[in-house]
Design a protein around this ligand. Structure first.
Ligand code: PLP
Length: 420
């Protein structure tokens, strides 16, 4: 059986596939590995209770359940949910939006496929436009999506070394010429994999470039405010005519319910609804139904502030201390954790490739994600790309500590073998 060219490309082994396969295998394994790889959120009892209560309430309302599970929504999703989201964002940030600026997708991953396909690739005039990722390393999941090849172009960041073995990537637009052929700019904020939070100034710079080029600035808010609010600094997203903000219910603790939320100009929302109809007929309605009352009452914001953010912030401190302790004396740097739930470890001058390190760790029962997957659109041979690992700190605390010890042992072992 032969596949089309596109079929071959989409079904090839990508970083995203490797990551999701590792997650699936860990679920099925008799002796599961220490899973510090994928993007699964933590189990936070107080949050799980909220969703359990909401689910039970839903099952006890036969009419609502029939409305939610028994019919297709329109291609943009449930209108009542759109209204609730628009009201929440107006109240939280003062955004001038209405329900017409909101669309639901089957997870935000799905929204990125749609958006990159809408704005990247061949245009009617024959020109080709790429998606600009100005601060790479960037989210692994952007890497291979899109119908056409060569869809991404990346900006190499400036590295700022900080005290205590920390560092921070900074936007480096003076050094990186913004390419002429861009159809959209996209950033995750907080950034997956690094936990970076672009400053307000950096965001304003990007918004100005997007405006001048008449292209959208897509802000991936999967970990951002007002929910799930896994962000340890003050940061509010901006919204203007050309901004597209993509949110998700996954990192609140319900990734299985596949709910992405896009806030954008009405024309973008209409285009997304059309693509939703083609690819999915309608988006999933259980996620929005479960979250509706939480959005209407504002409880969704309180859950983030009172439970989710403090949980991850405390975890970040612990994980940082444990990892640092094991790497003391070696040229390893950790990105300042400002949000999301990953440590991004940079082992400067590492004598082995991060992919080798990943394999050695997997053989010892610890799954991480090798750093080279997080540089979509970067074509130059920057050694930094092979010197990093992404480590999730969302999982069980004891396992996390043991996993970090094993990671440190393997990193130290690699440096020592390189010396001999
Ligand atoms: C930065 C970022 N964006 C988007 C997604 C996609 O999430 P979902 O499709 O579950 O909404 C993820 C998932 O890990 C992510 O980390």
């Amino acid at each position: 059986m032969k596949l089309s060219r596109l079929g071959e490309r989409l079904s090839a082994t990508t970083g995203t596939l490797e990551l999701m396969r590792d997650l699936g295998e860990a679920l099925d394994a008799d002796e599961p590995p220490i899973m510090l790889g994928g993007g699964n959120p933590a189990s936070i009892p107080a949050v799980e209770d909220v969703f359990r209560r909401r689910l039970m309430a839903l099952t006890q309302q036969p009419e609502t359940l029939a409305r939610v599970a028994g019919v297709y929504d329109g291609p943009r999703g449930d209108t009542v949910f759109h209204e609730a989201i628009a009201r929440l964002l107006c109240e939280t940030f003062g955004w001038p939006i209405s329900a017409a600026n909101v669309a639901i997708t089957n997870g935000s991953q799905n929204a990125f496929f749609y958006l990159f396909t809408l704005f990247g690739g061949t245009y009617a005039d024959g020109g080709f436009k790429r998606i600009f990722l100005p601060l790479t390393p960037e989210y692994i999941g952007y890497g291979d999506i899109g119908v056409e090849e060569g869809m991404f172009v990346a900006g190499r960041p400036r590295i700022e070394l900080l005290p205590d073995g920390l560092f921070k990537y900074r936007l480096n637009l003076s050094g990186t010429k913004v390419p002429d052929d861009i159809g959209a700019i996209c950033v995750s904020r907080p950034t997956n994999p690094t936990g970076n939070v672009l400053t307000g100034d950096e965001l304003a710079q990007l918004a100005a470039i997007a405006k001048a080029r008449d292209v959208p600035l897509i802000i991936d808010n999967a970990y951002g405010t007002p929910f799930p609010d896994i962000i340890y600094s003050d940061a509010s997203p901006v919204f203007a005519d050309n901004t597209v903000v993509v949110m998700s219910l996954s990192k609140l603790g319900i990734p299985g319910l596949r709910t992405g939320i896009v806030i954008a100009d009405e024309n973008v929302i209409r285009a997304l609804a059309a693509v939703n109809a083609l690819f999915a007929l309608a988006p999933n309605s259980i996620g929005p139904a479960l979250a509706l009352e939480l959005v209407q009452s504002g409880e969704i914001v309180a859950i983030g502030k009172n439970h989710i953010r403090p949980f991850y912030e405390q975890r970040a401190h612990l994980a940082l201390a444990w990892l640092r302790a094991g790497l003391d004396g070696y040229p390893c740097h950790i990105h300042k954790p400002e949000g999301a739930f990953f440590l991004w470890l940079w082992c400067e001058g590492l004598p082995v490739d991060s992919a080798d390190l990943y394999r050695r760790l997997k053989a010892r029962g610890v799954v991480v994600v090798p750093g080279h997957y997080f540089f979509p659109g970067m074509t130059d041979d920057w050694p930094h790309r092979r010197e990093c690992l992404r480590i999730s700190y969302a999982q069980d605390e004891k396992l996390l500590r043991r996993g970090l010890e094993i990671i440190a042992e393997e990193v130290v072992g690699a440096y020592e073998r390189g010396r001999n």
